[in-house]
Ligand binder design. Sequence first.
Ligand SMILES: Nc1ncnc2c1ncn2[C@@H]1O[C@H](COP(=O)(O)OP(=O)(O)OP(=O)(O)O)[C@@H](O)[C@H]1O
Ligand SMILES: O=C(O)C1=C[C@@H](O)[C@@H](O)[C@H](O)C1
Ligand SMILES: [Mg+2]
Length: 261
Amino acid sequence: MNDLEMYREQLALCDDKIIDALVERNSIIEKIMAYKETYGMPILQPAQEAKQQKQLDEKLRGNKYQEEIQDVFGRILRNSKRIQARKLFSYNIVLIGFMGAGKSTISDYLSTMFDMRLVEMDQEISERQEMSIPDIFATYGEEYFRNLETELLKELQTGSNCIISCGGGVALREENVVEMKKNGRVVLLTASPETIYERVKDSNDRPLLKGNNNVEFIADLMEKRREKYEAAADVVIQTDDKSIVQICEELITKLTELDGK
Ligand SMILES: Nc1ncnc2c1ncn2[C@@H]1O[C@H](COP(=O)(O)OP(=O)(O)OP(=O)(O)O)[C@@H](O)[C@H]1O
Ligand SMILES: O=C(O)C1=C[C@@H](O)[C@@H](O)[C@H](O)C1
Ligand SMILES: [Mg+2]
């Protein structure tokens, strides 16, 4: 055997070790999930994730291949998240609720924590139309925008394991609710009119609140929509005075309970 052949054999042995370690790592992930479930512990533990990253940074400090190894670990971490997500949710998670209830915020966090695809409906429609939402309303009217929402929702039901952050009005059409339920579980986020006002008062992105951005108007519109939102929801989460991690944890618990997991 010449040196080149010997190096190639060594490389193959290294690959075997990596494969064995990855299989072991993934099975440990599954054990951790089962442990957390048995003892009713939170699934999301951002502090633990930060601690692991810090340990890794320390181990790799000064290492010649630091950048490359960090890149590989980033992928390993994302794949671990995907394993968790697939185990927890075999469907789409559809977030509905009033403007400012936190649909975008919560969807964004969940999609990062579980490496799930995120579709932000307002943003997707806006990009496809190459126009802002207020401009679509002003140019073509609300009905036109609502039809775009329905079309997009139908398209999204062809996939699974996706987080869909709806625009505030999406759940108001019965046809849309039927679409959501085909392949997804519907999560309603709620908050008091006072909380909503605090969250949206400095923004100009919501045409329905233009000139009406006050607690009374919000309370009135919210009450008009309440019945439809509640009828569409598989689970409801009240978000006042809760952190994003708390809300996400409650969402995971309620969704897994729904499936009797
Ligand atoms: N739990 C929370 N605590 C404090 N602030 C929050 C919380 N959730 C969301 N916010 C803040 O409220 C504002 C509105 O949130 P977000 O954009 O996620 O709402 P939304 O439901 O997506 O609204 P829209 O229907 O208009 O798209 C953001 O500035 C966000 O940072
Ligand atoms: O509640 C609503 O009807 C809306 C909420 C936003 O997300 C946008 O979809 C649009 O401004 C309409
Ligand atoms: Mg949003």
